[in-house]
Design a protein around this ligand. Sequence first.
Ligand SMILES: [Zn+2]
Length: 330
Amino acid sequence: MPRLLLTVLIAALLAAGCGDDEPSSESGDGLSVATTVAPITSIASQIGGDRVKITGIVPEGTNSHTFEPKPSVAELLSSVDVLYVNGLKLEEPTKELAEQSLKDGAEIVELGTRSIPEKEYAYDFSFPKSGGKPNPHLWTDPRYALKYAGIVRDDLAERQPADGDYFQANYEKFEAMIEQFDKAMRASFATIPRAQRKLLTYHDAYAYFAQNYGWDVIGAIQVSDFEDPTPKEVARLIDQVKQTNVPAVFGSEVFPSPVLEQIGKEAGVKYVDVLRDDDLPGSPGEPQHSWMGLMHFDYVTMTEAMGGDATALKAFEPADVAPDKAVYPQ
Ligand SMILES: [Zn+2]
């Protein structure tokens, strides 16, 4: 057979999604993917776009660290081809349910666990080494969000090879957006003197981000069992805030904290209670409702609260690189 004809024939077979390349979902129109927290749902959606069906499990605004899926989630898990979790011990009950429920051939892929070698795990305030759970919040650092996206791209391409080029193209657009975002972050953070880039947060979600962008996490109020700290610990933190001269301390949308408010008041600094680590801003379908919208909101908030100039960040507009058709439980 002439080589050209053969090439055309192979291309036609591939385009038709023939044989092994056939999407494995029952509906026949693409893989079924389940995800856990909303930032992961959003990142997966940036790569999968409208060629896969993505359904999140952890409702936005709930404590993802203690979340236990309802037994009814088993039904969703039994229908999907793959479950993307963060891993690093964040979603153990959901993983357990998945292990019992996934159909033959379906798999759990731990995006976080695959993105970082064990020797680089952060153990810190709310995630002490003695507790055995590393700080799982890799995704608040864009370099890891991009790693997650790369793992999703490779995994989707393996399961649905006919759309490999589409997933790769989305990845490249996402990478380009993250490069711009990273530049805007660095430009804005540079307006805050290095010695003043100190974070005292309620929820301990910025360890990896801080390493990458030259911030120091001086404390996190929330202890590893998600209870409030003791009065003695609170007194120590008030002293620490006074000594370090930070202009603001940060609370979390998902964990309203009277303790942090008290620390702010007694130390005489601003208490900013709006940071979020897995609850996306806006509602599904709105442009800011994405992983990038979430991080953009946080980093503008941090810059301004610390007295910096967030012009560069504000000039950057987060945007989807592919249609976001994912289901985000509210
Ligand atoms: Zn968290």
